[in-house]
Design a protein around this ligand. Sequence first.
Ligand code: PHE
Length: 368
Amino acid sequence: MMTDTIPNLTAFDEAALDQAFAALARQAQDAAAALNGEADAEAFRLDWLGRKQGRLNDVSGRWLKAAPPEAKKALGLRFNALKAEVERLLDAALGAGPSDAALAAEAIDITLPGTRRLTGAEHPITRTLNEIVSVFAALGYSVGVGPEVETDYYNFESMNFPPGHPARDTQDTLVVAAQDRRPLRDRLLLRTHTSPVQMRTMEMQPPPVRIVIPGKVHRNDAQDATHSPIFHQVEGLCVDTNITFSDLKGTLDHAMKALFGSAVKTRFFPSFFPFTEPSADVQISCIFCGGKGCRKCKNSGWIELLGCGMVDPAVFAFAAEKQPAYDPKKISGFAFGMGVERIAMMKYGISEIGSFYAGDMRFLGQFV
Ligand code: PHE
C-alpha cells in the first residue's frame, strides 16, 4: 500500500498541477477503499498524514519548495484540497467502526455483577490522631508540626534536659552518624517526643499560644504488646497570662470526656518531666469496667493515659532568647503529651500495638 513514493514535479502550470494532484487523490481513495479496521486506518493515517514520513509532508517539502513563486498559490490550493480529501477518507474509515464480528466478541453482559472496588479508609492511628486534634481544635487550638529528625537542642536541651543529665537516659533514640565535629546542640537525632515543637512554636510567635502538635516519635524501646520503637503523640501547649493548674485540669478532663464518653472521670498524680513543674500523670476511670476494677485496669479502676504539667520557667527562659515576651514573671502555661496508639488501643479494644503496623487487611478492614 505504501510503496509508491512522491515523484518529482517538473511542470508547474495549472494542467500539470491538476494532473499530479488528481493522481495522488486517486491513490488515497484506492488505499482508503481497502482499509479494514482501526489498525489499517492508523497505518493509512501515518502513510498520508504522518508528520515526518507522511506523503503530504513529502509533497509540501518537495513540490512546494521546487515551485516557482508564481505557481506557489495554485499549488497550495490544490495541496489543501488533497489534505481535506485524505482527512475525509480517514474519518470515513474510522466512522465505519469495528466489524459486527469484532463487536460480538467484545460484547458485555450487563446482567453480570460489576467489579467491586475496595473503599479506602483512614488508618485507625490517623483516625484517632485526627479525633484528638479536633477535640482541641474545637477549644480554639491551632495545629502545628515539626521535623522528625530533630537537633539535640530542641529535643533535649531547650526542653531542660541538660547535656549529660540522667533524664536523657529515659528517652534513648537513634542519632545520625558522623556528627562528632558539630557542637552537641546541633547534632541530629530522631525526636523522642513532640515536645521540641513547643519550643519551635514559641520561637516563632509571642504569647498567647494554644497549639496541638501531632506527630511520629522514636525511642529505643523494645517492642512488646504495648510498646513500639516508633509511635505517635499529640502534644499540647497553652501559654497566656494567668494560666493555672486548674485550667490544665479542666481542659484535659473535658478532652478525656470528649474522647471516651462523658461518664469518664480523671485524676491527676504527681509525676516528673524536666520541662514541666509541677508535672502530673493523668489517669481516667477504667472504660472497660467503669471503675469497679478488672483485668485491664489491674483491679485499680484507673488507667494511666498521659503526661502533663505547668511549663517549667527554665523552658520559658530558652524561648525568651528569641521571643522576650516569654517572661516567666508575666506569663504561665501548661503542656501535655499523649500517645495516640495507647488511646486508639483503649478506644477500639486492641491488645497488640503491632496490629497497627502489620498492614493486615483483616485488621484494617474493620475500620472502614
Ligand atoms: N513529652 C512527654 C513524653 O513524651 C510527654 C509530656 C508532654 C509531658 C508535655 C508533659 C508535658 O513522655
